[in-house]
Write a protein that binds this ligand. Structure first.
Ligand code: DGY
Length: 328
């Protein structure tokens, strides 16, 4: 059995697959595969382990309908046409849970960095502008005792809320389709309508997945309903906010600041005006980028491949419907 792996991933995952007798073909060039190259490399493979930005769309799936499993080295699966994979009975796996802490840490870092203009102030040193002390210049704002609003309170949102509640005594409000009982019980989190989330949050952090419903959700019409003093944080997917609208809201003081680990598009161009704004902190999508988390993701991705190639249910399936009606 062969697996095509689209990036160099941690050895922990590769070794598991080798030990299971799977032949690994790995893309090692430091550029994205084209759609044609991805199909070409998957044709002789039995499984695909996809890390990075390749689109697993209908045309790929139709060309590679022989694949026994598609395993993502990510929790997000917005690059995959899951309905089309399900129709072809191809199981798709992801890596939930293991990146919640690392991603929540990055959201927490962005809240602090933004509220204290840390990235901008760091750049003033690099630019030779650490000179005359002005007591009223470049002041940040404090988040202690303020309200954290979470849009999409799942595992990552819970971890962020827990950090903010314990370190800064922040009040937690959230908007989800369903109530998060654990957060309500353990963090005194309060479910609010989307309108109330916008109106009451001092820091509003996005932790939902990218879907048709959430694409462009944070746009001009939404930003105007937020507090002028609020900070918008997005560590989920860049396309959930409308970037020109966000820039406009920041430039006009409609909201106070923004911290982004995800942008639209990615990578962000180096001349993007957001990078020059004092109240904006941008990181290049490093939410899961720790040794511990990337190793754990590689292990789960490998386990999904191994199970899929054995024809077994994946430990972490995105589309469990593919086994509907199975005896197992
Ligand atoms: C994920 O796993 O979805 C992270 O955003 C890394 O891509």
């Amino acid at each position: 059995m062969k697996v095509f792996v689209t990036r160099i991933i941690p050895d922990a995952g590769l070794q598991l697959m080798k030990d299971a007798g799977i032949e690994i073909i790995q893309w090692t060039e430091k550029r994205d595969l084209t759609a044609e190259e991805l199909i070409h490399h998957c044709k002789p493979a039995d499984a695909l382990l996809s890390a990075g930005s390749n689109r697993i769309d209908k045309s790929f799936l139709n060309a590679c309908s022989h694949l026994k499993v598609i395993s993502l080295h990510s929790v997000g699966y917005d690059k995959v046409d899951v309905a089309a994979a399900t129709a072809l009975k191809i199981p798709v796996g992801n890596t939930p849970g293991v990146l919640s802490d690392a991603t929540a840490d990055i959201a927490f870092l962005l809240i602090l960095a933004t509220s204290r203009k840390a990235f901008f102030m760091h750049n003033t040193i690099i630019g030779g502008k650490w000179g005359f002390f002005e007591p009223t210049a470049n002041l940040g704002i404090e988040i202690r005792n303020k309200t954290l609003g979470i849009f999409g309170l799942g595992k990552i949102g819970f971890e962020l809320a827990s950090r903010c509640a314990s370190a800064f005594h922040m009040k937690i409000i959230y908007h989800n389709r369903n109530h998060n009982e654990r957060a309500e019980k353990e963090l005194n989190a309060v479910w609010v309508s989307f309108a109330d989330l916008l109106e009451q949050s001092d820091v509003l952090s996005v932790h939902t997945s990218l879907t048709e419903q959430t694409t462009g959700k944070f746009n001009k019409a939404v930003f105007v309903k937020m507090k002028h003093t609020s900070i918008f944080i997005n560590t989920a997917r860049g396309a959930i906010h409308n970037e020109p609208d966000l820039m406009d809201a920041l430039q006009k003081g409609v909201i106070w600041g923004a911290g982004l680990d995800v942008t639209d598009p990615e990578p962000m161009q180096s001349n993007n005006p957001l990078l020059q704004m004092p109240n904006v902190s941008v990181l290049p999508h490093i939410g899961s980028a720790t040794e511990e988390t990337r190793n754990a993701m590689a292990v789960i991705a490998a386990e999904n491949v191994i199970s899929g190639l054995k024809g077994e249910r994946l430990p972490f399936p995105v589309n469990p419907e593919v086994w509907e009606g199975d005896e197992s």
